[in-house]
Design a protein around this ligand. Structure first.
Ligand code: MD3
Ligand code: FE
Length: 214
């Protein structure tokens, strides 16, 4: 009988595909500091539901920190140095964020990752991300690092074509994933979040994605 089945943090490294690595529990040591930093960011640049170029309002609420932030509106998707909600630069990237992203990328074999953008996604129950590619960044040689916090999610990891079969990857609080090399442009998404409770975040899931946007 596994006495630790429900309480032991899941740790270790799992290779998903060439260039794609799950670092289980990699962010757990920093969980409280990460969430305090998210609160400071959203005090300045609040979460908001962006509108896609097609006119749909996204179910995931977003904000950014770092020199550049990802935005969407009727004109398209892009990175911008200014938060359109307040006309100010995005909150600066906390040193802890940059350091965690750099350490995670290095653990996956990508040395010297210096992100200039962090997209912060907030999921309520039912929120989802439909299958997409991340292609608004300038240079696909850099990986993307993602940090999962709060309630669990099922991540969909597809192929280079939208119609390719998808792998389902469960992601829980503290997991970090690095997507680089040949995985960088693969289609991916997040299934609708199931109702659940997390001790620190209640019914919410928060995902930090670190990018080199320019
Ligand atoms: C795989 N966010 O913000 S992060 C996004 O959990 C996004 O909020 C998801 O997809 C989330 O664009 C997933 C993981 C991710 C990010 C970029 C990737 C996976 C990726 C790029 C290529 C392949
Ligand atoms: Fe994405």
């Amino acid at each position: 009988m596994d006495l630790f089945a429900d309480t032991a943090p899941h740790t270790g490294t799992e290779a998903l595909a060439p260039g794609a690595v799950v670092l289980r529990g990699f962010a757990l040591d920093d969980q409280h500091d990460l969430l305090a930093a998210v609160d400071a960011i959203t005090a300045q640049s609040p979460f908001r539901h962006l509108v896609t170029p097609g006119g749909h309002t996204m179910s995931v609420a977003m904000t950014n920190c770092g020199r550049l932030g990802w935005v969407s509106d009727r004109r398209g998707y892009r990175y911008d140095a200014i938060d359109p909600l307040n006309g100010q630069p995005w909150p600066s990237m906390p040193a802890l964020f940059a350091d965690l992203a750099d350490r995670a990328a290095a653990a996956a074999g990508f040395e010297g990752f210096k992100p200039d953008a962090c997209l912060v996604n907030r999921y309520e129950p039912g929120a989802r991300l439909t299958l997409h590619q991340d292609r608004d960044e300038g240079n696909y040689a850099h990986p993307i690092v993602s940090v999962s916090l709060g309630v669990p999610a099922t991540f969909l990891f597809g192929g280079d074509q939208r119609a390719d079969k998808q792998q389902r990857v469960p992601l829980v609080h503290g997991d970090v994933v690095v997507w680089g090399g040949p995985s960088r442009l693969r289609y991916h998404g997040v299934q609708p979040i199931k109702a659940a409770q997390h001790p620190l975040l209640g019914e919410l899931r928060i995902n930090l994605t670190f990018r080199k946007a320019s």
